[in-house]
Design a protein around this ligand. Structure first.
Ligand code: T1G
Length: 692
């Protein structure tokens, strides 16, 4: 089997691409396809060509790994597509699995497209910070109209083959065997002349306001990003310029987008989130438990949200509370969440009832005896958790996985009260647990490979991004965010206004800055954590300006105001009393406030994350810098186009990061200092560890 097989089916030549796992347009594929077209062109008896993917999918796009190759070494997708567009015989793209990016662009350059019903197709390039660079911006609008093309190219989301058929993007849906259906279709259209070339069509639905509306839309959906606006420009060209003009402009703008830090950031995250699910030593042969019954202890905000993830995946859940009232409240919150989703049309009433039908409420922990996985989601107190795990150890069946949803406590200590520490793990969901995609999978010292592999597979099943982390205070995400919060409070103590710090991080691309985030989470939570950490360190209770705000009773949005006041739409505005409290606090401490500019704010806030991340890597609490980036994108809203905190530091240059930390009186972590001196990057460190 070669990378592109040629098979004659009578007067039709079938070209089958064999480039597992997703038939990316890697080096060798264009060469094989050109050879196939050469054979089809020279053989007079060949009247049509079918292009089909071997294995599970059609072409899933250009090979993203080749984006940074020198131009002459990168597969020439545009060259192949130009030839295909002018090919003198009918060509049929036979689509199954996914036809994405360059894959759909190849299909669009064929004269016909056929697909099986469950195939999907789209142009996801915007998710990589680039744009369809092999004709997609010019051909797709010519087939589905510019409005639908803009929707597909800006969302990057695929559509189903059935919708594609309705749109005319697919000429036929093949029942049964795709290959033979495609050959039959090719033969039936072998004499069609003139050949229906997409590049010769014109866009029929363009109205000027479409592009203005699209430009307005991306200001919100893709704030700060480059490639979406280039996509709109190119879509406009497809409707106002000859094909050749749009085709040439597309090449130029593609290179501009591809060479941008944003594309480097997004491509880093594309691979990092796939690496994050890999753990050295775990293979597909690692035994796992088939989790069919889930138990959850605690029907509060977290327990209820966690339960919904498993109900959504069709898994029965038994949920335990200590009092009927709490149980009833928990269930009504879950039902209300589903009903709200149904009101938005994202669930049917039947689906709501089906999910609720999988949920069994109880006051008896003994009812968890058959559960394969039990997740504790109760009050963040070690004694309470130890008591629960002691009881679970007595109730749970042999082999059941016992998981804690603790956000900071020592999972080893919790495991120590059971007789089965190898079955104990941390599953740290992020609130709201039924929405946030991040799941920190906390591997305790004795957690078995089988339990770890089971939880990684379960994360995928419930559509979470599972990242394996080690045991320490705050694991990875929260440990770093605590340092970030420390730095943010210091900046205000030194003279910055809270709203300046928040505006800076919003400008960087985060949905909100440190203080809006604290007000949303509840200031009393941070207050309790700081008090706990001071106690653990044997230090006096903290008395910072933020602690004093909490002590006035202002706990954030939940009390109507914290650092900020909030209007009925929860928009923040500065509060004069808070500002005075901050000024008084500075005076009491003898601090003369100074102006602090955006550059210093950005450096100190972001690099506080980076520096703690470097320490976490040194301690082995995170396997990769890429894992930390994935955690920050899916758990804290760090913009993926910045590559996550560690990816951002690589882009800035670790030498510059280390220098900035020192300039601001911080000590770079040894790993950061070492990489800075060597001219290294976190990404290279990951690769060198065989982990990236
Ligand atoms: N290039 C290189 N490797 C790829 C790849 C790609 N396009 N797509 C997937 N892989 C690798 C991935 O890293 C993983 O590797 C393995 O394949 C399985 O992927 C000119 C410029 C197709 C829906 O953006 O959306 O065309 O971890 O775990 O869950 O206009 O992969 O096994 O070592 O995701 O079954 C446009 C990206 C490119 C599609 C399958 N195409 N891929 O999902 O498997 S840009 C894309 C996906 C482009 C042109 C432009 C998904 C998938 P490893 P996986 P999956």
């Amino acid at each position: 089997m070669s990378i592109v097989d040629q098979t004659r089916e009578g007067d039709v030549l079938v070209l089958t691409i064999n480039n597992p796992p997703v038939n990316a347009f890697s080096p060798g594929v264009p060469e094989g396809l050109h050879a196939g077209l050469d054979a089809a062109e020279s053989a007079g008896e060949v009247r049509a060509v079918v292009i089909i993917g071997g294995g599970r999918t059609f072409i899933a796009g250009a090979d993203i790994k080749t984006f940074d190759l020198p131009r002459e070494q990168a597969p020439d997708l545009r060259g192949f597509i130009s030839r295909l567009d002018a090919f003198p015989k009918p060509t049929v793209a036979a689509i199954h699995g996914t036809a994405l990016g360059g894959g759909l662009e190849v299909a669009l350059a064929c004269t016909y497209r056929v697909a099986v019903k469950d195939a999907q197709m789209g142009l996801p390039e915007v998710k990589l910070g680039v744009l369809p660079g092999a004709g997609g911006t010019q051909r797709l609008p010519r087939v589905v109209g510019v409005q639908k093309a803009l929707e597909m190219m800006l969302s990057g989301n695929p559509i189903k083959a059935t919708e594609a058929k309705d749109l005319g993007l697919v000429d036929d849906l093949v029942e049964g065997d795709l290959r033979s259906g495609a050959v039959e279709f090719a033969r039936a259209h072998a004499d069609a002349r003139p050949l229906p070339r997409v590049s010769e069509r014109t866009v029929t639905d363009a109205v000027p306001q479409v592009f203005g509306a699209a430009r307005q839309g991306i200001l919100k959906t893709h704030r700060g990003q480059l490639s979406p606006s280039l996509i709109v420009d190119l879509a406009e060209m497809s409707a106002t310029q000859p094909f050749a003009v749009g085709w040439d402009s597309e090449a130029r703008l593609f290179m501009q987008a591809k060479d941008s830090p944003q594309s480097r950031g997004l491509r880093h995250i594309f691979f990092a989130e796939r690496e994050a699910g890999k753990v050295p030593g775990l293979t597909k042969d690692t035994p796992t438990t088939d989790v069919r019954q889930v138990g959850i202890i605690g029907a509060g905000t977290m327990g209820g949200g966690i339960a919904m993830n498993f109900l959504n995946a069709g898994l029965p859940v038994t949920i335990v509370e200590t009092a009927q009232e709490a149980l009833d409240r928990g269930l009504s919150v879950i039902r209300r969440n589903y009903e709200n989703t149904a009101k938005k049309g994202r669930l049917t009433v039947e689906q709501v009832e089906q999910r609720m039908g999988l949920l069994t409420p109880t006051l008896n922990v003994e009812d968890l005896a058959d559960a394969d996985l039990i997740i504790e989601a109760v009050f963040e107190n070690m004694d309470v958790k130890k008591d629960i795990f002691t009881r679970l150890d007595a109730v749970a069946k042999p082999g059941a996985i016992l998981a804690t949803n603790t956000s900071t406590l020592d999972v080893n200590e919790i495991a120590s009260v059971t007789g089965r520490p190898e079955q104990v793990i941390g599953l740290h969901f992020f609130s709201p647990a039924n929405v946030m995609k991040l799941l920190e999978i906390v591997r305790a010292d004795k957690t078995s490979d089988s339990v770890l592999a089971t939880c990684l597979a379960l994360a995928r099943k419930i559509k979470k991004v599972g990242v394996v982390v080690g045991v320490c205070d705050g694991f990875v995400g929260n440990r770093m965010i605590h340092r970030y919060g420390d730095e943010a409070r210091k900046l205000v103590e030194e003279g910055a206004r809270p709203q300046d710090a928040d505006a800076t991080m919003h400008a960087l691309g985060l949905p909100m800055g440190p203080f809006e985030m604290s007000d949303m989470a509840g200031l009393d939570i941070g207050y309790a954590i700081r008090a706990h950490q001071a106690k653990v360190r044997g230090e006096p209770k903290p008395d910072g300006w933020l602690d004093r705000i909490v002590e006035t009773g202002r706990k954030g949005q939940k009390t109507g105001g914290g650092i900020y006041d909030y209007d009925e739409k929860r928009r923040p505005s500065p509060n004069a009393d808070v500002q005075k409290l901050i000024e008084d606090h500075r005076a009491e401490k003898g601090i003369r406030p100074r102006e602090i500019g955006q550059e210093e704010l950005t450096e100190r806030l972001v690099y506080s994350l980076v520096n703690e991340g470097a320490k976490i890597l040194e301690e082995g609490i995170a396997q990769r810098a890429g894992d930390i980036d994935v955690i920050y994108i899916y758990g804290y809203g760090f913009p993926a186009y910045r590559g996550g905190p560690m990816g951002y530091a690589d882009e800035v240059g670790l030498k510059n990061v280390a220098a900035a930390l020192e300039k601001h009186g911080q000590t770079p972590a040894p790993l950061l200092k070492q990489l800075a001196e060597e001219g290294g990057t976190f990404a290279a460190w990951d690769r060198q560890k065989g982990r990236g």
